[in-house]
Ligand binder design. Structure first.
Ligand code: GLN
Length: 196
């Protein structure tokens, strides 16, 4: 059976993820309601605007169901704004901001922290588990500060961590769905299939 992977479809870069997942042999499911989570083996939270996304998650009663999914061990991967949603703390320029989140990983996401550089850039990344560099696309990306030894850094750039894994929760501040390199998606699908 094809792996069934949900993509949160409230706002942001949804189709880039669903297209890539479908091309890799998955059945992607656009998640807008709690019942859309039924039977999925993994969940992707796309990039977009984290302040809008959290409001929509609350409005559509998705906060508890997504937390339950995480508690059941289903892999959840947030890219960019999605990684901010999964973090336990959010800051901007080192000041904690009062923005609610799902608090599923002991990580402080520092929003828009590449502010002094061009807002968007591409950089070759060395990622744990991948033998060749990965094209990292960053768009007003957060830096990810681990708050526990159990938050494993899978990739860092000069400024700090940009890919962290905490148990079944994955956070990347870059956008693999905007490249034609499918390796991170394949890693995630593998994890989702093994876990279920
Ligand atoms: N800066 C955005 C935020 O804070 C994230 C940008 C993105 O997802 N590309 O939500």
């Amino acid at each position: 059976m094809k792996p069934r992977i949900g993509v949160l479809a409230l706002q942001g870069g949804v189709s880039e993820h669903t297209d890539m997942l479908d091309a890799l042999g998955c059945t992607s499911v656009a998640v807008r309601r709690p019942e859309d989570l039924d039977g999925i083996q993994g969940l992707v939270m796309p990039g977009g605007e984290s302040t809008t996304l959290i409001k929509l998650l609350i409005r559509w009663d998705l906060v508890s169901p997504v937390r339950e999914l995480a508690g059941a061990g289903i892999p959840i991967w947030g890219t960019c704004a999605g990684s901010i949603l999964l973090s336990s703390e959010i800051s901007e320029k080192n000041h904690k901001v009062n923005q609610p989140s799902l608090e599923l990983a002991p990580v402080r996401a520092e929003r828009n922290s590449f502010g002094r550089q061009v807002a968007s850039f591409q950089e070759d990344l060395v990622i744990k588990g991948l033998d060749k560099p990965f094209p990292g696309v960053f768009i007003r990306a957060p830096l990810l500060h681990p708050l526990s030894d159990r938050a494993e850094i899978l990739c860092s750039v000069r400024e700090g961590a940009v890919f962290i894994r905490y148990e079944n929760i994955w956070l990347s501040s870059f956008h693999p769905e905007l490249t034609d390199d499918t390796r991170v998606h394949r890693m995630f699908i593998e994890e989702a299939v093994i876990g279920s």
